[in-house]
Design a protein around this ligand. Structure first.
Ligand SMILES: CC(C)[C@H](C(=O)O)[C@@H](O)C(=O)O
Ligand code: SF4
Length: 471
């Protein structure tokens, strides 16, 4: 048989109907929903007198506008309405909901994997662009708009044109002090924010294979920042072991049986992709974004670019505007950028391993007087597990605030905002203008780099701190 990519296998397994080269009708295995993009979809169902076709394949959570302090006291009217509406819609249509009282509540892309709802080979959709996160398991997972949310609720299927396949091959092992976040930021730095347009990405190579599931999620999460429809990684033993024993996974012999099926979905040796690009892992360093899109970044040992380094006039103007917004001087070293806020959280980097890495780095140290630092676990389960290990104490003793789970400072939709003009070292995925609040200045980094910036009030190379810790 012709060797196939996992993308082709999962796609072909889900085509319900297709005529010629027209879009295919895909069966959707799992539909995740949250409070922001679902109200009109449910309203649409009510208006046309339809039901949810497969409530048992639908799962809801509240995350975007949940306050991370006093979570039951939602003062913002729109937020309160969206949260109450999700609760009443789930009740009316018979959908499982992890509400604010639930131990399962958290950011939609954190809880799906954690509960074992996310599994290899599934088609997974959600009215949210970072649905690509679930691709880490070898699922075909992508974000959809609200009208598509309605379509999936009503029919459990979706019309889709098949994207092309792109192999992003990360060669060689990564250095120990370089994180998954640095890998994905470096890929986007090298190839820009549009290279994924029209493609589903498969991440391959030694550096990817070595990653934990949490790290793989960080990589796939940001596929959308390269414009890709989805990003995924072929399942292997790491995937299977992560899922073993999860609440919504099969048990015993049944688990062993599906695990074999999952492994067989991995891309075949010699499978052909429409395109392939490469990144060399051993030469990577920690990355910091200095601009207003995730491609505008440098290694921590580097500098903010100078205008004259850019030949193209449009690009030079973009650079000028970005530096003006960010309040940075062309040519300044990355380590001279002052940091007043630190946010460790979001669906990119708020899982237990992220919190452990940050906690390790700050243990016994103090947050700089100039910095306000918050840690927002991605889910209530992450929060509980971290507290069991005493990570909350480590953070609090260092001067971090320890919060309840939610999207928080990742986007300005809840009370956690960066004040105007201030710089935030953030473990999230978007550094667009105004993303963390009006005129807020976001720098995307890994959890360790964010933790280090909290201690020093500026960016520092975590590799030096690690050496210090060894002396
Ligand atoms: C609010 C939601 C629709 C949005 C998205 O689709 O990604 C948000 O999660 C984001 O990260 O910007
Ligand atoms: S944490 Fe941020 S990126 Fe992720 S779903 Fe929430 S708002 Fe979107």
């Amino acid at each position: 048989m012709t060797p196939q990519t996992i993308i082709d296998k999962v796609w072909n397994n889900h085509v319900v109907h297709q005529e010629g080269n027209n879009p295919a009708l895909l069966y959707i295995d799992l539909h995740l929903i949250h409070e922001v993009t679902s109200p009109q979809a449910f309203e649409g169902l009510r208006l046309t007198g339809r039901k949810v076709r497969r409530p048992e394949r639908t799962f809801a959570t509240m995350d975007h506008n949940v306050p991370t302090v006093n979570r039951f006291n939602i003062t913002d009217e729109i937020a309160k309405k969206q949260i109450d509406t999700l609760a009443s819609n789930c009740k009316e249509f018979g959908i499982r909901l992890a509400d604010l009282k639930s131990k399962d509540q958290g950011i939609v892309h954190v809880i799906g994997p954690e509960l074992g709802l996310t599994q290899p080979g599934k088609t997974i959709v959600c009215g949210d662009s970072h649905t690509s996160t679930h691709g880490a398991f070898g699922a075909l997972a992508f974000g959809i708009g609200t009208s598509e949310v309605e379509h999936v609720l009503a029919t459990q299927s979706l019309w889709q044109k098949k994207p092309k396949t792109l192999n992003v091959h990360v060669k060689g092992p990564k250095p120990a002090a370089v994180s998954a976040k640095d890998i994905i930021l470096a890929i986007i730095q090298k190839y820009g924010v549009r290279f994924g347009t029209g493609y589903i990405i498969e991440f391959t190579g030694e550096a990817i294979k070595e990653l934990s599931m949490e790290e793989r999620m960080t990589i796939c999460n940001m596929s959308i920042e390269a414009g890709a429809k989805a990003g995924l990684i072929s399942p292997d033993e790491t995937t299977v072991e992560y899922l073993r024993g999860r609440p919504y996974c099969p048990e015993g012999e049944e688990f062993e049986k599906v695990a074999k099926e999952w492994l067989s979905l991995a891309s075949d040796e010699g499978a052909v992709y429409d395109d392939t690009i490469e990144l060399d892992a051993p030469s990577l360093e920690p990355v910091v974004t200095w601009g207003t899109n995730p491609a505008m970044s440098s290694f921590v040992t580097g500098k903010v670019p100078k205008l004259e380094e850019v030949a193209n006039e449009n690009e030079r103007e973009n650079l000028r505007r970005a530096l003006e917004y960010m309040g940075l001087t062309p040519g300044m070293p990355i380590t001279d950028i002052p940091v007043q806020h630190v946010f460790i959280g979001s669906c990119t980097n708020s899982r237990l391993s992220d919190l452990r890495q940050a906690a390790n780095l700050i243990k016994g140290k103090k947050v700089s007087d100039q910095v306000t630092a918050i840690v927002v676990p991605g889910s209530q389960k992450v929060k509980e597990a971290a507290e069991q290990e005493g990570l909350d104490q480590v953070f609090k003793e260092a001067g971090f605030e320890w919060r309840e789970s939610g999207c928080s400072m990742c986007l300005g939709m809840n009370p956690d905002l960066v004040p105007e003009g201030e710089h935030c070292a953030s473990t999230s995925n978007r550094n667009f203008e105004g993303r963390q609040g009006k005129n807020a200045r976001t720098h995307l980094v890994s959890p360790e780099m964010a933790a280090a910036a909290a201690l020093h009030g500026r960016f520092v190379d975590v590799r030096n701190l690690r050496e210090e810790a060894l002396v």
